[in-house]
Design a protein around this ligand. Structure first.
Ligand SMILES: CC(C)(COP(=O)(O)OP(=O)(O)OC[C@H]1O[C@@H](n2cnc3c(N)ncnc32)[C@H](O)[C@@H]1OP(=O)(O)O)[C@@H](O)C(=O)NCCC(=O)NCCS
Length: 192
């Protein structure tokens, strides 16, 4: 089942605050997303998420890529990419421009993705981060994730440099089949 498609249904509602809009990434966003990945996530590890790879992620029906934009100028200040499996989702990349950190941009994107994952019936969200990235660890802890395991040498740069990763997990529901009565919320549901 294309769970990401369900995620995209949630995505179409959009999420707007006074200063920030979170929306699905479009192909034209690939270059700024790739540059943010290079500068804020992959620095020192080699650049794997270049524009071509980000474009593939944006096109992929099982992957949701979102951007956080300035509501007035449209400038992209953050992005996140999450892959949807049957029961597990993998938060692959997430970054916010330094100028916009600690203003709730990262939290807004995580909440957006968690809502999409819940609608898609996902049981747990998994991620890895560089073991030394204390700021991100604290951020994910604040977002309800907890550490599961340290993986030595998980990241390898082109120059043979290795770096450990910390795996983190957020549980959304008990794993296993969804209750028979479960259905995704209807978009016109007046309670929402
Ligand atoms: C991690 C990152 C995405 C956080 O984004 P952000 O928009 O600054 O986070 P928010 O403003 O939504 O923070 C929400 C909460 O997380 C926690 N938090 C976020 N950054 C933190 C930090 N540097 N130190 C401690 N706690 C932090 C706080 O509890 C914060 O709430 P508060 O500001 O009210 O105290 C951002 O620092 C970043 O882009 N880092 C570089 C890329 C990266 O490491 N990505 C993650 C691995 S892929």
């Amino acid at each position: 089942m294309a769970y990401a498609s369900l995620g995209r249904i949630v995505a179409q509602w959009g999420m707007t605050s006074r200063a920030m809009t979170i929306r699905l990434a479009e192909l034209r966003d690939a270059q700024p997303i790739a540059a943010m990945s290079r500068d804020f996530i992959e620095a020192g590890l080699g650049w794997k998420y270049d524009s071509a790879r980000v474009m593939r992620a944006i096109r992929d029906r099982e992957t949701v890529a979102v951007v956080a934009c300035d509501s007035r100028s449209g400038a992209i200040n953050g992005f996140a990419i999450m892959e949807f499996g049957d029961e597990r989702a993998h938060l692959v990349l997430l970054a916010v421009r330094p100028s916009h950190r600690r203003t709730g941009v990262g939290q807004g994107m995580v909440e957006w993705l968690v809502e999409s994952a819940r609608v898609a019936g996902i049981a747990s969200i998994h991620l890895e981060l560089r073991a030394a990235n204390e700021a991100a660890r604290r951020f994910y802890r604040a977002m309800g994730f907890y550490e599961t395991v340290l993986v030595p040498g998980y990241y390898r740069s082109g120059e043979g440099r290795k770096e450990g990763a910390l795996r983190m997990l957020r549980v959304l529901r008990t794993p296993g089949p969804l209750p028979a009565a479960w259905r995704p919320p209807r978009m016109e549901d007046p309670k929402r």
